[in-house]
Design a protein around this ligand. Structure first.
Ligand code: AHM
Ligand code: MG
Length: 337
């Protein structure tokens, strides 16, 4: 009989990690479990999206002026409900809500953490069955009493306690870090449990993918245009020309690049100098994961995680991937600034 390797579930893994901190009381463990539970319910709805009348817009626009899809609304509500009910989180910033959602009931205001999230990123891809994701970041609160405030959420990425994403793809995965490496868990849909499938994820040594929406080329800064030229040049010693891959769904693009080796770029343009992606709940969490996987994340001039946020929904140019690739873009950005 062939011996089967032991399966480690997400819950077991988080508890094992927590036991390395003798003073931890399990609050972060419970918070991560709340996120995983909400993710499973969102996953169920996404899988059923083609079967039930849930596709299409909900008839509202979010604060960025984009049409909200029904599933965006569902995912947002589900994560808010799970985090509010869990009692470990005293406030949330969500892509779908203009202001901080502060929990000031007796139960949740004791929570030590705040969460910034994009409940359903890449949702313009829902109709075409392309992978989408949830992105989350967890900070320790700064205020001491009552419901959390924007002060608790306007923290630089270097203060992150944990961050991760859930990718709803050909399989559903939860990938997260607490600053001790990156670990990925695949959902076994038959039993509804996330199982450790990708321990200690690192960018591969040899990377040759670049991901960018080249349709915007004309508006890109000169440094990015030069970098794209560099990617397309023929040079065997550096494995160029690179391969171009772009899904248009940050979680899916980043996840592929983490596994196969590649850089993701969303630069600022003349029309949108800060690009499109939001610092608090898109750039920072992905930057934390990238750094923990041996990579780097930059706005072209500065480490993403060191940017002091001023507003909840602020955007940042975003270059993320293996260290050498990001440094190459930075050098072009600086040269052509
Ligand atoms: P969203 O939060 O409204 O879904 O927008 C973010 C998405 C990212 O997932 C993706 O990287 C980017 O928008 C794609 O933008 P574009 O269509 O301009 O290439
Ligand atoms: Mg988004």
């Amino acid at each position: 009989m062939v011996a089967r390797a032991k399966i480690t579930t997400l819950t077991e893994f988080i508890i094992q990690r927590q036991s390395e901190y003798p003073h931890a009381k399990g609050a972060l463990t419970r918070l991560l479990n709340d996120i995983a539970t909400a993710a499973k319910i969102v996953n169920r709805e996404i899988n059923a999206a083609g079967l039930v009348d849930i596709l299409g817009t909900a008839g509202k626009e979010n604060i960025q002026g984009e049409a909200q899809k029904k599933l965006d609304v569902f995912a947002n509500d589900m994560f808010i409900t799970a985090l509010k009910g869990g009692g470990e989180c005293c406030a949330i910033a969500s892509e779908e809500n203009e202001k901080v959602i502060s929990f000031s009931n007796e139960f949740s205001e004791m929570g030590k953490y705040v969460v910034a999230m994009d409940p359903l990123d890449g949702s313009s891809n829902i109709e075409s069955n392309v992978s989408i994701g949830t992105i989350f970041s967890i900070y320790r609160r700064i205020t001491e009493v009552g419901g959390g405030t924007s002060e608790d959420l306007l923290q630089p990425g270097v203060n992150l306690v944990a961050a991760g994403y859930v990718i709803y793809g050909s399989s559903t995965m939860l990938v997260y870090t607490t600053g001790k490496g990156v670990n990925g868990f695949t959902l076994d849909p038959s039993v509804g449990i996330f199982c450790l499938s990708h321990p200690d994820m690192q960018f591969p040594a040899q990377s040759k993918i670049y991901s960018i929406n080249e349709g915007n080329y004309i508006y890109f800064p000169e440094g990015v245009k030069q970098y794209i030229k560099y990617c397309q040049q023929d040079d065997v010693s550096t494995h160029r020309p690179y391969t171009s891959r772009y899904i248009g769904s940050l979680v899916a693009d980043f996840h592929r690049n983490l596994i196969k080796g590649g850089i993701f770029l969303y630069p600022g343009t003349k029309k949108q100098p800060d690009g499109k992606l939001r610092l608090l709940y898109e750039c920072n969490p992905i930057a934390f994961l990238a750094e923990q996987a041996g990579g780097k994340a930059s706005n072209g001039f500065k480490r993403i995680m060191e940017i002091d946020p001023e507003t909840l929904h602020q955007r940042a140019p975003f270059f993320v991937g293996p260290r050498e690739m990001v440094e190459q873009v930075e050098s072009y950005m600086q040269q052509y600034a």
